[in-house]
Write a new protein. Structure first.
Length: 487
């Protein structure tokens, strides 16, 4: 590996809101051909840091330096921009270049081989599944042959085969790569370093080693900080108690009391703020809708189900009744129609599928389009409440790490991770009778996943879920699997 630095942040400060910086005098460097994970709490500014690298944003202070100056940067974003969704695949890739490429089809074929996909070039981007769009995002970055490749949650929506292929590709990748991901196993397979964005200090800490080693090192540091705080708190209590005793005795003892108060203040200054990155959402319960007395218990009836094979819909008859307490997993490879099935179920247009009209449905869509991006998080949660209770809403939101600032923010301006937590918070407030979950682990910090899995496992209503993360699915009670690839 070359020791030459290809990217350097030198005392970079950036803020969206005056005097509330996301980065403050942040400094780090990335060497050529290194493969680095970018870590940090949801909303800490990881995607903003990527925009500073691409030049989309400019620092308010400090410098972002690429060496040499003509170093190219390509980014595979989390989602395809809305303005590109109506383009054909060929038109979409044409936007990656400033000038017309006469060998565009050949270039597309080459990057499709790299990301292990074959898609018709005349088909519109919006017509593909989430997993297929994830591959398009990666191919779009690769077709530019960048010196620095930035990947923002590249495993979202990918099936097991897709993740394995991407991991192997990155292990052999010969240029510089920086990855944002909450998939710990994926990161550990190929990274040789970590950039840790601390949302409290606004600095970027740099570590070498594989992902799990760094996480363990950070964990030990937190333990040391907590121990240091515990000792300091004991000393502060002792000094303050003695200070109070001496202050009431008068004379020279008042001077002793003053010195003890000063010592207590010095001890308070030595305390370390526990880093916010390591906060995990509180355990929660998704309450179930109260059904009317005449309700017969049938939530969903499936008489037939449709899958997509060779770009054509294929239907087969089924006799499945989903009742309260039934947990169903829909599985199959990318592009087979899992998300399409869920969306049509929600819209009431899925042939052979009936949702009982009395049922309140809570929908978690992988791109969060079930949320109004122009609405504030506060309004979205209040609208989901049948009986308006702002203190209760704020209390529930706090459990999902959504503070007053996040609640006052338009949903479109939240990070993808915060949108995911908002979506789960909204489900708690809604009290649905049926949960429909399309890739509920997307964008969610891995620390939160066991808490979410426990809530879903214990959910007493009906649940229909699509997920490509086996470790997550293993933690959730599943009563029946519908495999679309068997149709």
């Amino acid at each position: 590996m070359s020791n030459e630095v290809v990217l350097r942040f030198s005392e970079v400060t950036y803020e969206y809101v005056h005097k509330k910086p996301l980065l403050e005098e942040a400094s780090f460097s990335v060497r050529q051909r290194s493969r680095v994970a970018l870590m940090g709490q949801n909303g800490a500014g990881k995607s903003t840091l990527f925009k500073l690298i691409t030049g989309e944003l400019k620092p308010h202070e400090g410098q972002v330096v690429l060496t040499p100056k003509d170093t190219s940067v390509g980014i595979a974003r989390q989602v395809i921009p809305a303005e590109h969704m109506g383009l054909t695949v060929r038109e979409y890739f044409a936007t990656a270049f400033a000038e017309k490429k006469y060998n565009l089809d050949k270039l597309i074929a080459n990057v499709f081989g790299a990301v292990n996909v074959s898609l018709p070039l005349e088909k519109k981007v919006k017509e593909f599944s989430g997993g297929q769009q994830a591959r398009l995002l990666l191919a779009y970055a690769l077709i530019q042959e960048p010196d620095i490749l930035l990947l923002d949650e590249p495993t979202n929506n990918l099936d097991k085969a897709g993740i394995e292929h991407l991991t192997g590709f990155l292990m052999m990748y010969e240029k510089t790569c920086i990855v944002i991901s909450h998939d710990a196993d994926f990161l550990n397979a190929f990274t040789d370093g970590v950039l840790y964005l601390d949302s409290f200090t606004k600095k970027v800490e740099q570590y070498t080693g594989n992902y799990f080693d760094v996480v363990e090192e950070i964990g030990k540091r937190i333990e040391r900080e907590n121990l240091q705080n515990a000792r300091a708190e004991q000393e502060i209590k002792r000094l303050k108690a003695q200070s109070e005793q001496f202050a009431h005795k008068g004379g020279k003892l008042r001077a002793v009391a003053k010195r003890m108060r000063e010592s207590a203040e010095e001890a308070e200054d030595t305390m370390v703020d526990v880093r916010k990155e390591d906060k995990t959402i509180r355990e929660f319960v998704i309450p179930v809708q109260e059904f009317p007395a005449f309700f017969n218990g049938q939530i969903v009836k499936i008489d037939s189900i449709t899958a997509i094979k060779d770009n054509e819909p294929i239907s087969t008859e089924r006799d499945i009744t989903i009742r309260r307490g039934s947990h169903i997993l829909i599985q199959g490879p990318n592009g087979i129609g899992k998300s399409t099935f869920l969306e049509k179920l929600i819209q009431g247009t899925a042939e052979g599928v009936t949702v009982s009209p009395e049922v309140k449905v809570g929908y978690y869509k992988q791109d969060f389009s079930m949320l109004d991006f122009g609405q504030t998080a506060f309004d979205a949660l209040m609208d989901a409440m049948q009986l308006k209770d702002e203190p209760l809403m704020r209390s529930i939101a706090a459990g999902f790490l959504l503070d007053g600032k996040a609640l006052g923010t338009e949903i479109g301006a939240l990070s993808e991770g915060q949108k995911g937590l908002l979506a789960f918070c909204r489900l708690v407030i809604m009290k649905p009778g049926l949960l429909v979950l399309d890739e509920p682990t997307n964008h969610i910090n891995f620390r939160h996943l066991p808490v979410i899995a426990k809530a879903l496992d214990e959910y007493e209503g009906a649940l229909i879920m699509v997920s490509h993360i086996p470790d997550f699915v293993a933690q959730v009670r599943i009563d029946e699997i519908i495999d679309l690839s068997s149709i």
